[in-house]
Design a protein. Structure first.
Length: 81
């Protein structure tokens, strides 16, 4: 379950993460769903049309996961510390 700070108590979305072992590392697949349940003018959408909002959200997750990848590479352990 994932909730933005401006969600009402009954509003939520779902984040599913899968980890798959691959040669040389781990593939992380993230799916963030449930946005359709929020009204079109919800503040979490930042006034964006659906396609633009999905793109913005995808870029946000991409930046976050990339920062995790960079952090694990810098520790030399493959783990966040």
């Amino acid at each position: 379950e994932w909730r933005n700070a401006n969600f009402a108590p009954t509003e939520k979305t779902q984040v599913d993460i899968a980890f798959e072992r691959i040669d040389g590392g781990t593939r992380v697949t993230l799916r963030h769903s449930g946005w359709a349940a929020l009204r079109g003018d919800h503040p979490a959408r930042h006034g964006l049309q659906p396609a633009a909002f999905i793109r913005m959200t995808g870029l946000w997750w991409g930046e976050l996961l990339s920062s995790y990848r960079a952090r694990t590479a810098s520790t030399g352990t493959g783990y966040l510390q």
